[in-house]
Write a protein that binds this ligand. Sequence first.
Ligand SMILES: *[C@@H]1O[C@H](CO)[C@@H](O)[C@H](O)[C@H]1NC(C)=O
Ligand SMILES: *[C@@H]1O[C@H](CO)[C@@H](O)[C@H](O)[C@H]1NC(C)=O
Length: 362
Amino acid sequence: MPEGGDAITSHARTAVVVNRVCIMLQEITHNKLNLAVPSQDMRFKRRLLLVLIVVIVVIWLTSLGRRGTIDLPEALSPELEITALKQNLAKLSSECRSSRPSRFDPDLPVIYAITPTYARPVQKAELTRLSHTLMLVPNLHWIIIEDAEDPSPLVANLLKNSGIRYTHLTAATPKEWKLKEKESNWKKPRGVLQRNTALQWIRNNLKVDVHRGVIYFADDDNSYSLEVFDEMRDTQMVSVWPVGLAGGLMVEMPVLDPKTGRVKGWNSAWQPQRPFPLDMAGFAINVSHFLKHPEAKFSFNVARGYQESEILRHLTTPDQLEPKADNCTKVYVWHTRTEAPKLQSEKDLNKKGLKSNAGMEV
Ligand SMILES: *[C@@H]1O[C@H](CO)[C@@H](O)[C@H](O)[C@H]1NC(C)=O
Ligand SMILES: *[C@@H]1O[C@H](CO)[C@@H](O)[C@H](O)[C@H]1NC(C)=O
């Protein structure tokens, strides 16, 4: 905006100056016809004319320099002017969007995104991808919990450099619960301790009706459209929406009653008898509502796939759920999974006491 405005006023200014000069030229030529010797007044006017010419040349040169970046049309018809200004506005707002650190608006509820993570070859790649999505979300507070005794420099540096508001926690899963290398990933509950640690942080640090916000479980391997964050932000109790590529289906989602618009069932194929057969990425919880229910948390003692139902049974009933994403007709989040990289050659190197990434964070 300011750049465009300047350009227009400088065009107007040039016009005024050119007009003045024309009048003066007329006067001078008129005088010449009548007087042989230039008067004091004439000499002054000539000097003024010289100064004006210099000024005009300077203004003209500056406007030449600007034209490269602004592209204001020569003939300033109102339509062209509006189009040019709109282009400028779009350019500037896209620059604002990409500028870091992310904006914090006190009037907007905060999204507390909870991400459990653990050391593995793809960890930095996953967290980088997720952080670059979260950087674009206004009023987001990232709670990241490492399954480790101590915070790692990899995660600490990534958080520090992201410009996102964050809390960095650790919670080491007891040895007897850790997955063995070849064990299927669903045999033992994952992320229970880490997510509960984050929930406890929320209970210790946020206050009912003071902190307006929502809690969302954002695993580091999913793919998120920015729209999912807009949808969840005004959750009153618990909101739900479809999740792509989840539960063995293209989409797993709540089914709505077309008359009432409330959740009347689910389309899930895997363990559909679960009280809440949805994915961890498919719901958000109002912070105040959560704080009023101290018993709401995850548990080591529930069957596979029942973690979502375990926390939600303390917070809501299916008919109270708030459907989002255009009445659950849009997919804004996907339960993607990263293939474990094949690192046989690296293992061969390790046997010889070597590493391809010695001294290098990958
Ligand atoms: C959450 O619930 C509280 C209390 O009912 C309400 O004031 C607030 O607007 C709700 N939404 C958010 C995002 O905090
Ligand atoms: C969702 O459904 C309800 C009730 O069926 C309807 O009133 C509302 O307009 C719908 N909203 C959207 C965004 O489609």
